[in-house]
Design a protein around this ligand. Structure first.
Ligand code: IPM
Ligand code: MN
Length: 363
């Protein structure tokens, strides 16, 4: 039976709570022999405390430690004592780049029993996946300013878009669309960002020639903000750049019932380094330590990570158990979450152990 080494970076705030929930789930998966995989979590000691004490960010030692695993499970990083941007860029973006995690897969799926804050959105019409380009765009560099202090300062913050990187994300998105409902939408801002937008669209048209079963179209990012809450059913796979993807997947998270349910997988597509899975949410220091955090995003992200390594059965077992838990219409976080974060994890683990949760139909 194969086993997977999983580097676990719990991090700050609610990170350790949602990670401990995911560890219950990992144990249940390993104990259920028919799922065919043993999971070996190994903690990586890194959080804001380490940063504050040592100034350490992503370095060769951390890289080696993470590289020796097949998957990275990430809780959350971020602490009020650390200036915004340091850990985000110094760890999260550094990891995505160092491990060539070319796409960030972010499903927007409303599970039955979950209520969307948007009227009319339900399990039947909300099942799409964002493919966010994960290495470039506005996330590449630091930008520059000139004329500082003159009252006429100029800040340049470029967006870098290179054809091979776009092509790789595009191919992945097309492949996914062809396994789903055969519809791919490019989301950019082609009416204004003409240079980058046009490159994206040309690459998509070119690559789509190899996917006869996929229809393509495009929607501008502003219009996406109207369509996504109003009519999510019109989307299947949405391909977008790094910054639009960041913004729109927060909107998507709310549409599908809240950020506590929003999973993501930063995929290394060639298997040259581990992929990293993480909930879309942050460290939520305001609710840390109370057992109020939703463990669902992290657990669903784990399922995505296992599926990406070919362990589909294990991925389905986890997602089904989460779906079964959510189908009861329980509050997904906060004081109303029955048994708190740990209680939810225990129920999901039990459902995996008894193997009775029905698989969620996938489009
Ligand atoms: C996300 C986050 C990150 C991003 C930050 C924490 C670097 O917002 O994963 O969506 O901007 O990508
Ligand atoms: Mn974000």
């Amino acid at each position: 039976r194969p086993s997977i080494d999983i580097a676990v970076l719990a991090g700050d705030g609610i990170g350790p709570e949602v990670i401990s929930a995911a560890e219950d789930v990992m144990e249940a998966v390993s104990a259920r022999t028919p799922l065919g995989v043993g999971l070996r979590p190994r903690h990586v000691d890194y959080d804001a405390d380490v940063y504050l004490k040592t100034g350490r960010l992503f370095d060769d030692a951390l890289r080696e430690e993470l590289l020796s695993s097949q998957l990275i499970l990430f809780g959350a990083l971020g602490d009020p004592r650390v200036a915004p941007g340091i850990l985000e860029r110094g760890i999260i973006l550094a990891m995505r780049t160092a491990f060539d995690q070319a796409v960030n897969v972010r499903p927007v799926r409303l599970y039955s029993g979950v209520e969307s804050p948007v009227r009319g959105v339900n399990a039947e019409n909300c099942d799409l996946v964002f493919i966010r380009e994960n290495l470039e765009g506005a996330y590449t560099g630091g930008g520059s300013t000139t004329h500082r202090g003159t009252g006429h300062e100029v800040a340049l913050q470029e967006s870098v878009n290179t054809e091979p990187v776009i092509r790789r994300a595009t191919r992945y998105a097309l492949g996914l669309a062809s396994r789903r409902r055969g519809h791919l939408t490019l989301c950019h801002k082609t009416n204004i960002l003409t240079a980058a937008g046009d490159l994206w669209w040309r690459v998509l048209q070119d690559e789509a020639r190899h996917f006869n079963d996929v229809d393509i179209d495009q929607v501008n990012a502003d219009a996406m903000c109207l369509h996504l809450p109003y009519d999510p059913g019109r989307f299947d796979v949405v391909l977008t750049d790094n910054l639009f993807g960041d913004i729109l997947t927060d909107l998507g998270a709310m549409v599908q019932g809240g950020i506590g349910l929003s999973a993501s997988a930063n995929l290394n597509l060639e298997g040259t380094a581990p992929s990293m899975v993480e909930g879309v949410h942050g460290s939520a220091p305001d609710i840390a330590g109370r057992g109020w955090a939703s463990p669902f995003a992290t657990i669903l992200s784990l399922a995505m990570g296992l599926a990406s390594l070919g362990h589909t059965e294990a991925g389905i077992a986890i997602e089904s158990a989460v779906a079964a838990e959510l189908s009861g219409g329980v509050p997904i976080s906060g004081v109303g979450l029955p048994g708190g974060t740990a209680g939810a994890a225990e129920r999901i683990a039990d459902r995996i152990a008894d193997g009775t949760a029905a698989p969620v139909p996938h489009s």
